[in-house]
Ligand binder design. Structure first.
Ligand code: MF3
Ligand code: CO
Ligand code: CO
Length: 295
């Protein structure tokens, strides 16, 4: 007869996913173990695990991020300029007691990134007019009470053609599948693996030069979240990690170039590119999106 085991043994791997033995981790003293994990992740990976009060702060910033995206979606019109989107985001952010993180970040001149069609990311709002059939990515990052949350969505203008429909659907599903990999015991590499497999199975490509990132205390923290790669690579996920997943998916080849403005990445082959991003917290049981919207 098999011994039924609903509790881990002292020598089993700790259920918190730390990769250490239970007796050296959460056994007996979960509080000390969590403190210990914090120190270990800081030293080994430069990852700053978030405490309950930090998570509440990022969750509040995340709520504002999603409200900002909803507000933009409701006001987006054919004929609008990308500068008008910038003004909407800037004013909404300030009115809600926050600061737009992109503004003056490493010299970025505006309060939001708006990337159209073959633009992959870091589009700078200007006088360009949004046209019927465009796909428009809006990437929003407020700082609220010192906490950052980062999310983006790609919108259709008018009725999308088959190419626009396809790339937006694939990019959205890539984020969903990436999020599904998030739980203690899995690694950052598992996220990238799931995304790359889906994108390439659907004859699309994954941008490599830009990655997801730790977020919360700062705009971009460790670790990097690659949107491609091998299962089991990277950092083991543990509760308290907060990072973005933000796959940039191209309809053609993955290669990019940067425009003269030194910021905007576009596909070399001119193919459409789409992206979805959320800020994700690793929990004991899996994950919680701190910028939740339906995918
Ligand atoms: N929001 C982007 C990201 O997802 C970063 C934009 S940096 C900026 O990481 F300066 F362009 F705003
Ligand atoms: Co990001
Ligand atoms: Co972003």
């Amino acid at each position: 007869m098999k011994i039924r085991k609903d509790k881990p043994g002292r020598n089993d791997p700790c259920p918190c996913g730390s990769g250490r033995k239970y007796k050296h981790c959460c056994y007996g003293s979960p509080e000390r173990a969590v403190e210990d994990l914090k120190t270990r992740y800081a030293r080994k990976y430069n990852i700053r695990l978030k405490a309950a009060k930090d998570i509440e702060g990022i969750r509040r910033a995340g709520r504002l991020t999603v409200e900002t995206l909803d507000m933009v979606e409701a006001r987006l019109r054919i004929g609008m300029t990308t500068d008008e989107i910038n003004a909407l985001v800037h004013e909404f952010t300030i009115r809600n007691g926050a600061v737009p993180a992109p503004l003056n970040y490493r010299g970025f001149p505006k309060s939001v990134c708006v990337s159209l069609n073959e633009e992959i990311c870091h589009g700078i709002p200007d006088g360009r007019v949004i046209a019927e059939g465009d796909i428009v990515n809006v990437d929003v990052t407020p700082i609220l009470d010192g906490y950052y949350a980062d999310a983006n969505k790609t919108f259709f203008m008018g009725s999308p053609g088959p190419d626009a429909r396809k790339i937006v659907d694939v990019a959205r599903e890539c984020l969903r599948l990436g999020m599904d990999m998030v739980k203690p015991g899995n690694t950052t590499g598992d996220i990238g693996w799931a995304i790359q497999r889906y994108a390439e199975t659907n004859q699309c490509s994954v941008v490599r030069e830009f990655v997801g990132h730790g977020v919360g205390f700062d705009f971009h923290e460790a670790p990097q979240i690659l949107h491609y790669g091998r299962k089991g690579d990277g950092v083991p996920l543990v509760p308290g990690m907060v990072f973005t997943i933000e796959p940039m998916i191209n309809l053609g080849k993955r290669h990019l170039r940067i425009l003269e403005n030194q910021w905007t990445a576009v596909t070399v082959d001119g193919s459409l590119s789409a992206q979805f991003e959320q800020t994700i917290l690793v929990t004991e049981g899996g994950y919680e999106s701190l910028t939740p919207y339906d995918l």
